[in-house]
Ligand binder design. Structure first.
Ligand code: ACO
Length: 356
């Protein structure tokens, strides 16, 4: 890992953190395996193309496609909230798992665009699904949130305290974007993806996860306003502090470093070699970031799942929507090894290896 700006000690690498834990005997197999029993996703109907954006800000289809790979994105209606998209995706995942919503005993929603500051979006999802036996909470890890939530779910399943956990990544970043800022508004879209996690006899589908964060980079991708530090006032809104701010180049650089390290680490911890990975499902932010990771892992492009040209960066939803599409289109076959790797504001990152 590189040394972050303004710090004297280098950021600890994921590898060295994992090695120390291994030496202390803290890395072990879970008592009860956890698998993904069903997936689902939802994207809004409204399509916003690069041509539409050319009419909003000074940009071009050519610039957006060559710099990011994005051609269009979905935008939720004014009355279409994060919880509605999350519930639609969750319902599909529960159906695929063959469960009744009342069998779900926990709902985790990863999001940075909750319906409200509180209560948590997961409670709104619970109400919409009628999943009244579930404990509900949100997880905030920006674009990395879905894999963070998946790992939280895996641990509850491993502990044996919960049986069926609905994990959702959902974001409506169109409501947080400054639509006059061409540096950010071309990148994001709205949507939700979901997975039901539970124990499957004879199967340990979620093999390994690594997660990491570095708060020293908290200023390169953030929405400063809306919390207690910069509350919602007319002055703060006039200064657009309630919109996403990003140092694109720096985020790009750190994303490549962290995602490559997480990917290599989690593959190694799974006892696999990169060539055994049948499908790489990365965070859908930028095709150049994805190409850099695939090249480092030597995964050929036909084994990389991408849908960002259609949806843009849907934050916590991105990898979850991609997982559902890979599942439903048959890109994932039984016993295939899939590598999911994500990166987001915080900074946060994670990698997960699944055996399908
Ligand atoms: N259209 C046309 N020109 C643009 C646009 C646009 N939409 N946006 C920026 N430019 C201009 C810039 O103003 C700059 O012009 P200047 O040189 O006159 O100042 C020029 O294009 C080049 O800008 P760069 O920042 O050098 O472009 P870069 O090649 O770095 O690409 C990008 C920018 C696409 C944002 C890239 O840095 C990137 O993808 N970064 C990662 C972003 C990301 O993935 N964020 C999400 C992380 S996940 C999460 O938690 C939300």
């Amino acid at each position: 890992m590189s040394t972050p700006r303004g710090t004297e000690t280098p950021a600890p690498s994921i590898t060295s953190q994992a090695r120390r834990k291994k030496e202390r005997g803290q890395l072990g197999q879970p008592v009860r395996g956890a698998s993904i029993l069903g997936t689902g996703s939802y994207v809004p109907e409204k399509v916003l193309t690069n041509a539409d954006l050319e009419r909003l800000v000074e940009t071009s289809d050519e610039w957006i496609v060559t710099r990011t790979g994005i051609r269009e994105r979905r935008i939720a209606g004014e009355d279409e909230h994060t919880s509605q998209m999350a519930a639609a995706a969750g319902r599909r995942a529960i159906e695929m798992a063959g469960l009744d919503p009342l069998e779900i005993d926990m709902i985790l929603v990863a999001t940075v665009s909750p319906d409200m500051m509180f209560p948590c979006t997961a409670c709104f999802v619970q109400k919409k699904l009628g999943a009244f036996n579930a404990a509900c909470m949100d997880i905030s890890a920006a674009c990395s949130g879905f894999l963070y939530a998946l790992e939280v779910a895996r641990n509850f399943i491993a502990a044996g305290t919960h049986d069926y956990i609905l994990v959702i990544g959902a974001d409506k970043l169109s409501s947080l974007v400054d639509w006059t800022d061409r540096n950010t508004c071309v990148l994001f879209g709205d949507g939700a993806g979901a997975a039901v996690v539970g124990h499957r006899e004879g199967k340990n589908g979620i093999l390994q996860t690594v997660m990491g964060s570095d708060g020293r980079f908290s200023d390169i991708l953030l929405m400063p306003g809306g919390g207690c530090r910069i509350p919602i006032t007319k002055e703060n809104i006039d200064q657009k502090l309630n919109t996403i701010k990003m140092s694109g180049k720096e985020v790009f650089k750190q994303a490549v470093i962290a995602m490559q390290a997480a990917a290599l680490e989690v593959v190694e911890r799974s006892g696999l070699r990169p060539e055994q990975i049948s499908l790489l499902i990365p965070h859908q932010a930028n095709s150049r970031i994805i190409d850099a990771i695939a090249t480092r892992l030597k995964v050929p492009s036909e084994r990389v799942f991408m849908n960002l040209e259609r949806y843009g960066n849907t934050s916590a939803a991105a990898v979850a929507i991609a997982l559902d599409e890979a599942n439903r289109t048959g890109a994932l076959k039984p016993d295939d090894y899939a590598l999911l790797v994500v990166f987001g504001g915080g900074l946060t990152w994670a990698g997960t290896v699944l055996q399908w």
